[in-house]
Design a protein around this ligand. Sequence first.
Ligand SMILES: CC(=O)SCCNC(=O)CCNC(=O)[C@H](O)C(C)(C)COP(=O)(O)OP(=O)(O)OC[C@H]1O[C@@H](n2cnc3c(N)ncnc32)[C@H](O)[C@@H]1OP(=O)(O)O
Ligand SMILES: O=C(O)CCC(=O)C(=O)O
Ligand SMILES: [Zn+2]
Length: 426
Amino acid sequence: MTPPPAQQNGNGAAVESIHTPSAYGPKYADFLSRVDNFSIIESTLREGEQFANAFFDTETKIAIAKALDDFGVEYIELTSPAASEQSRQDCEAIAKLGLKAKILTHVRCHMDDARIAVETGVDGLDVVIGTSSFLREFSHGKDMTYITKQAIEVVNFIKSKGLEVRFSSEDSFRSDLVDLLNIYRAVDKIGVNRVGIADTVGCANPRQVYELVRTLRGVVSCDIECHFHDDTGCGIANAYAALEAGATHIDTSVLGIGERNGITPLGGFCARMYVANKEYVMGKYKLHKLRDIENLVADAVQIQVPFNNYITGYCAFTHKAGIHAKAILNNPSTYEILKPEDFGMTRYVSIGHRLTGWNAVKNRVHQLGLKLNDDDVKAVTAQIKELADIRPLNIDEVDTLLRKFHEDKKVGQESAAMSADDDEPN
Ligand SMILES: CC(=O)SCCNC(=O)CCNC(=O)[C@H](O)C(C)(C)COP(=O)(O)OP(=O)(O)OC[C@H]1O[C@@H](n2cnc3c(N)ncnc32)[C@H](O)[C@@H]1OP(=O)(O)O
Ligand SMILES: O=C(O)CCC(=O)C(=O)O
Ligand SMILES: [Zn+2]
């Protein structure tokens, strides 16, 4: 059951939509905020390949790349060509597709990886190295002086090939702030296109993100990319806080797939940004294609789209409780911040359960073209509740009940009319 969005409230008065561009955007003008002007670096084909179930053959990678390009993401990031021979060939194949999105590949901060990557035909390289004491000690074993020297060599090399280059510190939030600012300053000085902050372990909260990005914004003049893992559920909120503080690029993956439980999901990020500035987001991205892209990726990695997924989860636009249903039917903005039709989705008001109310049932009665007055609808609602106290009813069962109630009423009226005729004196 998908009632049309009401344009009027219950009294017939015009309702002002709350879906205005920035009703839930920044409250005051902030000249550094990039909430209204950001780019997505879509990393399903890099971070997403690090998801436990992921194996993308070339054909699947191409299908995902084309779908993301059509959706409108600005960048598509691919697994390092140093990972395997097939990964290298896939970089070449996707770089050759001539997509609108820029194609990046993601490499360690090492000349060997950079040399392989620049030959693949991609538009740019995302270079990364761990800067936290954990990673310096237990991953690559290099100190900050070595890392800085290596970063400058690799960035200069990539620039000399005319490619876009980003330098990122892995595990940024557990790195020393002075170390971080020093290395970012050094690569900014030699003309890196972007620096990246990565919450590799998902430990950061929005306030910490805001503070680090805001500090960095005052130190470098290049763009700032951010990458947030979702281990503690802050992936989307952190991305938003980063943009508020002046970050320019956000990493996403479809359904959030990535190492462990993944990163900022593309769909959830779009939902958040739509609420901040609907016109901007709808102007850039084909939001109605989200569901197809998610299904494509879910099939490829053999998972179901979660029931509570942002926008496309099966109950994302289902309203159940009677109080909600009544208000939604009068004006969807009462309980919806996202308009389902903007995402190619439909609203559903569920009535076959004991939390329903007569207003929701009345709406169904009208949809079925049945003529029942308010007292009738209240009576049949009581019947639905009584039955639904035993088990929920599906919509066919509800419809059968409503039709039977209507039929019984008609029969009752007809027999009453006939006996009235019989009683009339001849
Ligand atoms: C947080 C992230 O998600 S970062 C991106 C992660 N992506 C990947 O790992 C891509 C897939 N990886 C691979 O295919 C492989 O790990 C390769 C090809 C990159 C390296 O493989 P191997 O040479 O067999 O090394 P292995 O994976 O065991 O260890 C990582 C090596 O990279 C080094 N390293 C780790 N991070 C970096 C870095 N950012 N920059 C330079 N070197 C690094 C480590 O010191 C280690 O070197 P070692 O061979 O001297 O021990
Ligand atoms: O390159 C980056 O910025 C991020 C790398 C990564 O996946 C991470 O640190 O979690
Ligand atoms: Zn990551």
